[in-house]
Design a protein around this ligand. Structure first.
Ligand code: ATP
Ligand code: MG
Length: 415
């Protein structure tokens, strides 16, 4: 499980800030759902034959004897919340959510046991236009962040009927090559053969490459949906690669699936993935409702930005307030509060805990602040304060308390 340190947080805030702005711009509203749900919810939605349910869930019994699980993904909980709050009856909903997810995976670069996702979901829209809108939103987000060289992979899993026809072909194919399958894939052959295509085992890649392709089994409605999506993406110039091997790790997808991938993060290359899941709401006890969404891995995206752009500059204060002497200490915090009243956007760090002028000025310099305000006893007696530029060579000036906010405002260019 990963710690996000104060020195890294600026990059996270930037990602989250831009995402929030875009969600508002596309009229998606935030929903906050619990981190724990009944284990059965995830088993029923994600699917018994997925890695997540078979080996990655943090499951425990609560004091009342219920089996609960830390959410491995957000969609199931969001669907549960939409159903139990009656938000899907003849309504269309666009929502987003963010927070930690938990999967007991093998830890490695880009793969954590607690990781953050930003999720977006749309309910009640059956056509490919909303799939396109969601992909446009993800493209704009990556673009605004300045991410480069990510490739959009696109596929259609079709209707449940065409998926069923394809499933039969796959079972025939892999059954004929049973001796080459690994134990995981043998298990999947019984439960969910499509998932074999999702195997990361290098020994299986040849076999997978030669397997029948789902695209050839799509029925007319599936094809029409997929073509519709492609036309919308073409119209706005979003480039994509149709990847018939893309099946995604969860059972509930139908029609559109997609993934933004990079080759710059080692083998954990998926930064944002999603798809349509028209059957899930009914499967979880709601009225049949078409739905589509995506999830973005925040650690991976922050890491990719670091690889491509270097570290995001750390947040630094504008002003560091040096407070040395007994009478200065009595006045210092009061003065800082007054400045915060007058300049609410200015970041001011006070030197709590005393110290010599020299050591405090060193701290002021290390803080990265533009200016030090220097308050000693003699300044306090005269109701003035020293103003010292820390980044350019300039003499320290003495400013009356009544003037300091005005002067800082113009120096820091704050409205
Ligand atoms: P992968 O193929 O890498 O295992 P996934 O298909 O399991 O990904 P999803 O369940 O679709 O991933 O989750 C959406 C996004 O969350 C992924 O694209 C990825 O960026 C991120 N993600 C998934 N699992 C992890 C993890 N263990 N640690 C960090 N990020 C993750
Ligand atoms: Mg996974």
């Amino acid at each position: 499980m990963n710690d996000v340190l104060p020195s890294e947080i600026a990059a996270w805030h930037r990602l989250e800030g831009i995402a929030r702005e875009l969600f508002a711009a596309y009229a998606y509203r935030e929903i906050r759902v619990p981190i724990v749900e009944h284990t059965a919810l995830f088993k029923r939605s994600i699917g018994e034959f997925t890695d997540i349910v078979q080996k990655e869930m943090f499951t425990f019994e609560d004091p009342g004897g219920d089996s609960l699980t830390l959410r491995p993904e957000a969609t199931a909980g969001i669907v549960r919340a939409m159903i139990s709050n009656g938000l899907l009856h003849n309504q269309r909903q666009r929502v987003w959510c963010s927070g930690p997810m938990f999967r007991h995976e093998k830890p490695q670069r880009g793969r954590f046991r607690q990781f953050y996702q930003i999720d977006v979901e749309a309910f009640g829209f059956a056509g490919p236009d909303i799939d396109a809108e969601l992909i446009m939103l993800s493209a704009r987000l990556l673009n605004r962040l300045g991410v480069e060289r990510v490739e959009l992979n696109l596929n259609s899993l079709g209707t449940p009927e065409s998926r069923r026809a394809y499933r039969e072909q796959l079972v025939n194919y892999f059954s004929a090559h049973k001796s080459r399958l690994d134990p995981d894939s043998l298990k999947r052959l019984e439960g969910n053969p499509l998932r074999i295509l999702d195997s990361k085992n290098p020994d299986l890649q040849g076999l997978i490459a030669a397997a029948p392709v789902l695209t050839e089994y799509l029925d007319v409605p599936s094809r029409r949906h997929f073509d519709g999506l492609c036309k919308h993406l073409d119209a706005v110039g979003i480039r994509y690669v149709v990847n018939p091997r893309l099946v995604r790790g969860l059972d509930y997808y139908t029609h559109t699936v997609f993934e933004w991938v990079t080759s710059e993060l080692g083998s954990q290359g998926a930064v944002c993935s999603g798809g349509r899941y028209d059957g899930l709401v009914a499967q979880l006890g709601g009225k049949s409702t078409p739905a589509v969404g995506w999830a973005l891995g925040q650690e991976r995206l922050v890491e990719l930005l670091k690889v491509q752009k270097g570290q995001t500059p750390d947040a630094v204060p504008d002003v560091y307030l040096v407070i040395a002497g007994e009478r200065a200490e009595a006045a210092g915090l009061m003065l800082a509060e007054r400045l915060r009243d007058e300049l609410p956007r200015m970041h001011i760090e006070t030197n709590c805990g005393a110290g010599s002028f020299k050591s405090q000025l060193k701290r002021a310099d290390n803080s990265g602040a533009q200016f030090a305000l220097v308050l000693g006893d003699s300044e306090t007696d005269k109701q003035v304060i020293g103003l010292k530029s820390l980044r350019v060579e300039a003499p320290q000036s003495e400013v009356p308390w009544s003037d300091i906010a005005r002067i800082l405002k113009s120096k820091l260019n704050q409205a």
